[in-house]
Design a protein around this ligand. Structure first.
Ligand SMILES: Cc1cc2nc3c(=O)[nH]c(=O)nc-3n(C[C@H](O)[C@H](O)[C@H](O)COP(=O)(O)O)c2cc1C
Length: 169
């Protein structure tokens, strides 16, 4: 798919067939996660690949908006390393750019994906840290749930000229 088509047609997919994604697909979307820009090029991301159904069910038990997580069968938790990036703001921005790359790569190769927030959710950082044995210097930012699609969604045009400000507000 052309990059502009990928960007314009990506939607959050929350229904999956359960058919596992291939090793090649897994490698490609992980590589996409490493290709995002980072402030001062610190590359603070770390990725936890989760396939274990018991771990996925463990996340589902405490995450209020991740009920689809065990149907997809493949999840990447994108984390930031505070020893690589001391600014929390930059760390979250860096990890968010990586998550978006993963979402677009997954869509570009015909898979479905959805971003499930961790950092912004009440108590989710601590619960994720505890379940996955994540050390103190690593901040879990977001989950990307990826799988073969059981639903298709039409693109949404969200362009709004009122939200664009030229030269000053
Ligand atoms: C920071 C962030 C956190 C999100 N968390 C969740 C989530 O926990 N569960 C979920 O199903 N979708 C989550 N989403 C996906 C949004 O619901 C989705 O992007 C939005 O409704 C727009 O729909 P679209 O992605 O199909 O364009 C999240 C998106 C972002 C950017």
């Amino acid at each position: 798919m052309d990059i502009i088509d990928v960007i314009m047609t990506r939607r959050s997919i929350r229904k999956f067939t359960g058919v596992p994604i291939t090793k090649e697909q897994e490698e490609l979307i992980l590589k996409a996660g490493f290709q995002s820009p980072t402030a001062h090029n610190t590359q603070p991301w770390e990725f936890v690949v989760i396939r274990d159904i018991e771990v996925l069910k463990g996340i589902k038990a405490y995450h209020p908006y991740a009920k689809m997580i065990d149907n997809a069968g493949f999840v990447i938790l994108v984390c930031g390393n505070t020893q690589k990036q001391g600014s929390l703001g930059f760390l979250i921005e860096d990890c968010s750019a990586s998550i978006q790359n993963i979402l677009l790569a997954a869509h570009g190769i015909g898979l479905g994906a959805v971003w499930c927030g961790i950092y912004g959710g009440e108590g989710l950082v601590d619960k994720t840290r505890e379940l996955l044995d994540i050390p103190d210097n690593i901040i879990p930012v977001g989950l990307v749930v990826v799988g073969n699609k059981l639903e298709d969604k039409s693109p949404k045009d969200r362009y709004d000229a009122n939200k664009i400000h030229y030269d000053k507000w």
